[in-house]
Every structure is written in structure tokens, then in C-alpha cells.
Design a protein around this ligand. Structure first.
Ligand code: ME8
Length: 517
């Protein structure tokens, strides 16, 4: 049987600034889902990237005295760097300024046009020549000097320009039918409800081109227009797997199993994107998941408030897996969450250092000291031993169910819960007391504990990949038996296998202020 494929994407970020913790959060959560599916035996393809066209890029570039392409090159590489330093397992990184993406965007445009869904009309609004941007009436203000100003304090004038439109209004019923027939198309359910009621109010046609600037993908056959802006951006998901070439080696991966995005852009992904694809005759993705926003202690991050958190600095300071663990465990996926120093320190120390770290350290150092540095002998298992091994196996089922609905925090909680149970088992069996009275039983208890640590480490791989891999190394688990399929009895630790010297995997976070000087 062919391996199941799984295609997953993040949103592509605007590289008009450096990446912030919200971007890091989205990449880390998507990575956890991708890694989970890989550990579960799927053939996963994971795409992320940058969305480099549009007016914001143009404006920022001008402010910084560079061309938009220079700005895109500089900042896109920051996003790439971030993916690498967060240990993101993406298979490709797409930039919308790439040639393959121009081809793909022009191809989907032509397909929509051939279907009669693109027409030329005029677009009117309050336009700022200096910002090269249209503003809604409510964003402008008529001042005492008789001049109307936009939000950037630049004068605006009423402008009508030629624009292409996409016939979105024709897709309302088909979209409602889609949401009805595939209730999981939009998740979580709150997001779905918002979209459904929005579409029920009736959809207007969408302006999809501009003539006032040229930083974009040229409209095929009418090059004074550039695409603006969602046709270009959304199309990245099919460019990444080879559209428009039906025989492209990656095209079999389409449709995507899931687009992971933030809640602010659910509308574009759950309304525009399926409508564009229906029009172009391309299959629809299976799910759009809108995650929540990460706030700094409840405040929205913004450059002007000066509370933007640098993800590189966070990972450096707390440790990458500590940061990943905190974001994935602390924030129910789909809801908003808060970042705070206290939050990450508490999780790091309580769950990681004192939890799984301590369990592994105590059992492995006892093994090193008392069992000759090899996997202990497994005698006949007592009911308690069987019970704790079953707890670990059942946690995997709970995690699988949770991850099927992207409840990452629940999946992780199920795994960490095994640690608490294993701690109780270890304390109850008190192997240190058996050393003199019943050394065989001591070995069996230590074997069982090490085996539970193995199962926990296997299940932790999607969330804290480096640390989980170190734990598995300490248990001498070969690289090719680290899938979830190996979490059962058939692949359990083999007594007598030599083990490396134990070392700590999850250090405690020590407050630097209280550390002295
Ligand atoms: O929206 N917390 O790009 P972007 C969590 N280019 N997620 C956040 C966040 C926060 N504080 N701030 C932003 C765009 N995000 C478009 C997408 S997709 C075809 C085009 C999320 O750089 C945001 O919701 O503004 C989005 O999913 C992603 O980061 C990129 O945001």
C-alpha cells in the first residue's frame, strides 16, 4: 500500500519587517503537526515562505531607501533563518517573487478568466499618491485646511482607476454548500461560524488588480496591471507543488490537507481561495485552520508600542525546545494566548526539568550505577508494570485523536500526563530499596521505567524534537525505530543493550537576577 501523503502549509509572511513571535508561533505549531504526521508514518510535505508583493513592501522599501526587491531579499532571508533556528522541518521555502510563482499566478488568473470570472471595470476610492494606497472613507479625515488626509497624514483624493474584478458574487451558494457538506473545512468552529454568516450576507465582486504601481505579478495580456493582492498570495500553495504542470513531480500532493493560518486571514482562505480554485477548476484544500494570536501579556504587539518580541532572542535565552514547549502546551491551539516570562519559566521547570527531565535522569543514573550501563534485565512484569506501560500506549491514542482536530495542546498534555503517572509508579516501586532485597525486581522496575521514558520520548518528538532525540539517544534507540508505530511492546528496549553515560536533557531555568552579583 502506498504511504499516505500529507501536505501542510503556513501562511506566507510579509517580509516588510523582521519576523516576530506571532510568525514563530505559526511556524512552530505547523511544524508540530507536520512532525506528528511524519512520526505517524505519513509522507509529509511542508511549505512555508514569504509574500513579497504589494503596497506595504513598496512603502517600507521607500522609507528605508531601498528597492522593494532589496527589502524582500533582506527580510525574506530573516524568515528563512528563523525557520532554521526554530528547527522547522519545512521541505521548501517559497518566495512570491520567484519565476515559478509568476508562472503559476498567471496560469490560475488565465484559468479564472477563461471561465468568465474576471472582468474589467473601475475601482474608486480615496487614494494617497504619496502612499500609493487606497483608504476607506472611515480611515480618512477632512481637516480645517479643506484637504482630506489618510491615516499616514498624507493628502488623499478621490480616484477612479481601471481594475480587473473577480466575480466572487457568483460563488456564495457554492461556498455555503461547501461549508455545509464539509463541516471541517474551516476550523476551529468559531471561525467557521464567522465565515458562514459573512457569506450569507452576500458577497461583492473583488478588485484583483492595480495600475498605480508595478511591484507585483503582471496580469497576463494586460501588463499595465499587476495582480493585487490575494490571487498572487494564495496561489503560493499550489505553486509550491508545481502548478500549473499536471505532471510536476509534486503535484500529486495537492490538495493540501491543511492550511494553517492566523485568525485575521481566515476570510481570505475560506472564501476567496476556494472560490478562485473552483473557478480555475482546481481541487479544494481539505481544511483551513485559523489559530489565535499571541500577545505580550495581553497587549497586541506592535512596533510603535515597542513590545515586539524577537523570537531569536527568546529561543536563545530560554532554549528552543523550552520555547516550543511553552507555546504549544500553554496556548490552546485556536485560541489567543499570552507570552510571559513567568509562563515560560513555570512550564520549563515544572513540566520539563522536574517532569520528564527528572524522571529520565533518575532512572538512567540508577541504571548506569546499578545495572552496568546497559538496558536492565526485564523479569516477569507485575500488574503495576503492565499498567504503566498501558498508560503510555493509551496516551498515544489520545494524542492521535487530539491531533486529528489540531488540538496540539491536548495531545501534548496527554503525553506529559504519562510523566506524572510514571513518577508515581517510580516512587511507589522505590527501586533504590530493592537493590539489596530483590535486585532482579529492581532491574525489572528500572527496565519498565526506561521503557516508559522511551515511549514518552517517541511521543514528544513533534513538539521538542532535539530534546526528544537526545532522550532516545540516551536509551540507545536506533534512528530507524523512532516512529509512533514503534511505541509498542514489539520494539521495546532490549535488555543488555549498552547505554551511553546519562546526561541532563531538560535543564532548570535559573533566574539570572537571583544567581548572584
Ligand atoms: O497576513 N500571533 O502576512 P503576515 C499569531 N502575507 N499569529 C500572528 C500574529 C500574532 N501576534 N501576527 C501575525 C499575511 N500572525 C499575509 C498572508 S497567506 C497566503 C498571506 C500570523 O506577515 C498571521 O495571522 O501579516 C498570518 O497567518 C501569519 O502570521 C503571517 O502574517
Amino acid at each position: 500500500m502506498a504511504t499516505d501523503t500529507f501536505y501542510i502549509t503556513t501562511a506566507i509572511s510579509y517580509p516588510n519587517g523582521k519576523p516576530h513571535i506571532g510568525h514563530a508561533y505559526e511556524m512552530i505549531a505547523t511544524d508540530a503537526i507536520a512532525r506528528f504526521q511524519r512520526c505517524d508514518g505519513k509522507d509529509v510535505y511542508f511549505l512555508t515562505g514569504t509574500d513579497e508583493h504589494g503596497i506595504k513592501m513598496l512603502q517600507t522599501a521607500r522609507k528605508e531607501g531601498m528597492t522593494p526587491r532589496e527589502l524582500a531579499d533582506r527580510n525574506s532571508s530573516e524568515f528563512k533563518k528563523m525557520a532554521a533556528s526554530l528547527n522547522i522541518s519545512n521541505d521548501d521555502f517559497i518566495r512570491t517573487t520567484e519565476e515559478r510563482h509568476y508562472r503559476s499566478s498567471q496560469a490560475i488568473w488565465s484559468a479564472m478568466a477563461a471561465n468568465g470570472d474576471i472582468y474589467k471595470d473601475s475601482y474608486a476610492g480615496w487614494y494617497s499618491v504619496r502612499d500609493e494606497a487606497y483608504y476607506g472613507e472611515e480611515e480618512t479625515e477632512l481637516r480645517d485646511d479643506g484637504v482630506r488626509y489618510g491615516p499616514q497624514d498624507t493628502p488623499v483624493e478621490w480616484v477612479e482607476e481601471e481594475s480587473y474584478f473577480f466575480r466572487l458574487s457568483a460563488y456564495g451558494d457554492r461556498l455555503l454548500k461547501l461549508y455545509d457538506e464539509q463541516p471541517d473545512f474551516i476550523a476551529p468552529p468559531e471561525r467557521r461560524n464567522e465565515v458562514v454568516s459573512f457569506v450569507k450576507q452576500g458577497l461583492k465582486d473583488l478588485s484583483v488588480s492595480r495600475t498605480t504601481f508595478d511591484w507585483g505579478v503582471p496580469v497576463p495580456g494586460d501588463e499595465k496591471h499587476v495582480m493585487y493582492v490575494w490571487v498572487d498570495a494564495l496561489t503560493n500553495y499550489i505553486t509550491g507543488v508545481g502548478y500549473p504542470d499536471a505532471d510536476a513531480p509534486l503535484w500529486h500532493r495537492w490538495p493540501a490537507d491543511i492550511h494553517v493560518i492566523g485568525k485575521d486571514i481566515v476570510r481570505f482562505h475560506a472564501i476567496y481561495w476556494p472560490a478562485f480554485l473552483m473557478s480555475a477548476g482546481v481541487e479544494l484544500p481539505k481544511r483551513v485552520f485559523g489559530h489565535g494570536f499571541v500577545f505580550n501579556r495581553g497587549e497586541k504587539m506592535s512596533k510603535s508600542v515597542g513590545n515586539v518580541i524577537d523570537p531569536f532572542a527568546l529561543a536563545e535565552h530560554y532554549g528552543l525546545d523550552q520555547l516550543r514547549y511553552f507555546l504549544l502546551r500553554d496556548i490552546p491551539f485556536g485560541q489567543d494566548g499570552n507570552y510571559s516570562h513567568e509562563g515560560i519559566v513555570t512550564r520549563t521547570n515544572a513540566d520539563l526539568a522536574n517532569g520528564i527531565g527528572n524522571l529520565a535522569q533518575r532512572s538512567l543514573s540508577m541504571i548506569a550505577k546499578n545495572c552496568g550501563g546497559v538496558v536492565p534485565q526485564k523479569g516477569t512484569l507485575a500488574a503495576e508494570d503492565e499498567a504503566i506501560l498501558t498508560v503510555a500506549t493509551e496516551a498515544l491514542d489520545v494524542a492521535r485523536k487530539a491531533m486529528a482536530g489540531q488540538a496540539i495542546h491536548q495531545a501534548l498534555a496527554a503525553v506529559i500526563n504519562v510523566v506524572a503517572e510514571a513518577d508515581r509508579y517510580f516512587a511507589g516501586q522505590a527501586p533504590w530499596g530493592l537493590k539489596k532485597t530483590d535486585p532482579d525486581r529492581m532491574e525489572t522496575v528500572l527496565w519498565t521505567t526506561a521503557e516508559v521514558v522511551r515511549r514518552i520520548a517517541l511521543m514528544l518528538q513533534p513538539y521538542v524534537p532535539d530534546s526528544a532525540s537526545k532522550l532516545l539517544d540516551l536509551l540507545a534507540v536506533p534512528a530507524d525505530v523512532r516512529l509512533f508505530a514503534h511505541a509498542g511492546d514489539a520494539d521495546s528496549l532490549v535488555p543488555g543493550t549498552p547505554l551511553p553515560a546519562p546526561s541532563g536533557v531538560f535543564p532548570r531555568y535559573v533566574e539570572q537576577d537571583s544567581a548572584g552579583d
